[in-house]
Design a binder for this molecule. Structure first.
Ligand code: PRX
Length: 661
């Protein structure tokens, strides 16, 4: 990061400071402020997890906390029953908080909608009634392909109410990505939206949804379309079993649907995420463990109280939005803010305008956003009153110390602790982070594992590394929010996460998240990034294999290799190296077709930053592409060992091509 990024103004004191303490004011009011919590969780494990479960209302109390008899297919609170929608909505109404705001929504243009818990109760019930009428039954997977409109959390909670797991597909994904996910889950229902606004323009989302639907292999029983654009819409007719959200709901005004009593281990939702192979993985989360864990971490790490106005600027289409816009905050009865647009429209002060307007107490965002704020300069946040903020958080990728300090100074006014939270789609909730009322913060290092989480950094043999050494992050004991399996693919579940370090004969199961990490002598963990073929673009996880197969699908492409290279704002960006078939040239037109191919197959977020044409790819003697070299080329770094290459000459050719761009 260069000095023009705004933090040139950081005082020398701040720049050199390596450790930060939470203020007394923060500690005094923190939900968790006693250090003994770490010891208590250790001594009382696994009973300690009742603290998480106690944040929920159970229909039938569980008698067993953890069933570890069939590791790694762990079960949590397994004989308990509950309903997630009841926990996120009804119980707050019943407790007398019906007029508290549940969701504050702001559209890109500044139009707003406010849902109290009573409003949310009404809307969720009516939509649950509509879903039932459309034929949705318990355990049917309902797909949602929606932008940031309030109907998305309403639909999620309506599904939870009737025990139908949802599978939310990020709206920025392509039609093809939607179809792949609906096919994989054999999902027969789709909730979508006509469009949304991006930087002032209406986007035609329904066209993508319709195109996706046309590639679904099985019958689709019903589609519901939210009308977001009104007169700005693209005039799509609703055909056959497609229903307009409002028209549909008109028939269910005032209807109530009893929340279905779900077993704790029943699936709450599926979320597809990228892995090493080209096929997305259907991560399965359950009702009891997941909800307890997101509520607990919202309480302990985000320090949320019902009185708070809390804003997580992620998209609900990713796990961060599921856990920390919808389920965690609503389970605690907090006010959660949803914003439709981007941080720089209509101007670069937009987010801070919203923090001031809604008097946001806790703000959670991604390092990529913070790096953009830095680049834009401190004058934007300085124009707004951010004094209501009491806690800041980051998630999704490593945060460099300078970005951390910029966030601390210019957004938090040197008063707010920052929680740098490491976790994944698979973990359901936060795993490694300081507790804001307890821990010393060290910029760049996420912190110690949360209480009860046994995260360790090991070498390739599974032995713990010494302090200061790099190794692989592992989690050596189960936790309530963990994924239970990959949907309909137990074998891949074991292969992907448990094969590396477990000793099944001894009944020892070690979870491997595929991240590199380093541990300090005080137990703080610094995350070094993915060690598998996954790139992290702006905190969004993309499989290089998925991108490669999209590129290979483009006319004239013979072979492709994709790697992640460093990027100032995005953290990582996609770099593609492409071999063309004879008769095709590496022209601008070919490049455009490749980019279009990736956007069609996955979405604009996977768009290659650079496409380099090459007659060959660097391969080992056994024929494996040497991605490390390609990464070094992408980063303009000095090349490491090339002696094991079958075709060492190719490297300088590629370097020339790449620098010639
Ligand atoms: O590499 C880690 C990175 O994001 C990956 C998980 O991506 P995803 O499942 O999409 O979930 C993102 C939001 C939870 C991890 O394997 N990652 C996440 N948080 C951090 C991080 N890397 C460093 N520091 C973090 N705080």
């Amino acid at each position: 990061m260069t000095d023009e990024s705004g933090d040139g103004q950081l005082e020398a004191r701040l720049a050199e400071q390596e450790a930060f303490e939470p203020s007394d004011d923060f500690i005094e009011q923190a939900n968790v402020a006693d250090e003994s919590i770490y010891e208590e969780f250790e001594e009382e494990w696994p009973e300690c997890w009742t603290r998480a479960a106690d944040l929920l209302d159970w229909d039938e109390e569980y008698t067993e906390i953890l069933d570890d008899s069939e590791g790694p297919f762990y079960e949590w609170f397994a004989d308990g029953t509950l309903n997630a929608s009841y926990n996120c909505v009804d119980r707050h109404v019943e407790a007398g908080d019906k007029n508290r705001v549940a969701i504050k929504w702001e559209g890109e243009h500044g139009n707003t909608r406010t849902y109290t818990y009573q409003d949310l109760y009404r809307e969720v019930n009516e939509f649950a009634a509509a879903l039932r009428d459309l034929g949705v039954e318990e355990d049917d997977v309902v797909t949602m392909y929606m932008p940031m409109v309030p109907e998305l959390p309403i639909a999620m909670l309506a599904c939870a109410r009737i025990g139908a797991p949802h599978s939310v597909v990020f709206a920025g994904f392509s039609a093809e990505a939607l179809a792949t996910r609906m096919n994989a889950a054999e999902s027969r229902y789709l909730i979508t939206c006509d469009g949304y606004y991006r930087r002032g323009d209406p986007l035609d989302h329904q066209a993508k949804a319709n195109e996706g639907l046309s590639s679904v292999d099985h019958g689709v029983d019903a589609t519901v379309v939210v009308d977001r654009l009104g007169d700005d819409g693209f005039g799509h007719d609703l055909k056959g079993n497609q229903h307009d959200w409002d028209d549909l709901l008109a028939d269910f005004q005032g209807d109530r649907v009893d929340p279905v009593e779900r077993n704790a281990e029943d699936m709450l939702f599926l979320m597809y995420t990228s892995g090493t192979t080209g096929k997305p993985k259907g991560v399965k989360h359950t009702t009891g463990g997941y909800l307890a864990y997101t509520a607990w971490t919202s309480h302990a790490v985000l320090d949320l109280e019902p009185e708070d106005t809390y804003w997580c600027s992620a998209d609900i289409g990713w796990i961060t939005g599921h856990s920390y816009i919808v389920y965690g905050p609503l389970a605690l009865g907090t006010t959660t803010v949803m914003y439709e647009g981007t941080p720089d429209y209509p101007d670069r002060g937009r987010l801070w305008e919203l923090v001031e307007k809604y008097a946001v107490d806790v703000f959670y965002t991604a390092p990529t956003a913070i790096r953009a704020f830095m680049k834009w300069g401190p004058e934007y946040p300085e124009s707004y009153d951010l004094s209501t903020l009491r806690l800041l958080g980051t998630v999704g990728e490593p945060i460099n110390p300078r970005a951390w300090k910029w966030y601390y100074k210019h957004i938090g006014g040197e008063e707010c602790p920052i929680v740098d939270t490491w976790w994944q789609t698979e973990t359901g909730g936060m795993m490694v982070s300081t507790l804001p009322g307890i821990g010393t913060m060290k910029p760049g290092s996420a912190g110690p594992p949360l209480p009860g989480i046994d995260a360790r950094v090991v070498d390739t043999d599974g032995e713990e590394v010494d302090a200061g050494q790099a190794g692989y992050l592992t989690v050596q004991r189960p936790w309530p929010g963990m994924l239970r399996t990959l949907y309909r693919n137990d074998e891949r579940f074991i292969d992907e996460y448990w094969d590396e370090y477990s000793d099944p004969d001894e009944g020892e199961w070690v979870y491997f998240p595929e991240d590199g990490a380093k541990i300090d002598d005080d137990g703080y963990i610094t995350i070094l990034g993915r060690v598998d073929d996954v790139v992290n673009v702006s905190g969004h996880r993309l499989g290089t294999m998925e991108i490669e197969s999209a590129i290979v699908g483009v006319d004239g492409v013979a072979e492709a290799a994709v790697v992640g290279g460093d990027h100032d704002i995005k953290g990582e960006a996609v770099y593609a190296y492409v071999i063309l078939e004879d008769g095709y040239d590496g022209t601008e037109e070919t490049r455009d077709r490749i980019i279009e191919g990736v956007e069609d197959a996955i979405g604009p977020i996977a768009r290659p930053e650079e496409v380099t044409f090459t007659p060959e790819l660097p391969k080992t003697r056994s024929g494996k592409i040497m991605r490390r070299l390609l990464e070094e080329i992408a980063n303009g770094e000095e090349l490491g060992d090339t002696t094991t290459l079958r075709n060492p000459d190719v490297v300088s050719d590629i370097q020339e091509q790449a620098s010639g761009d």
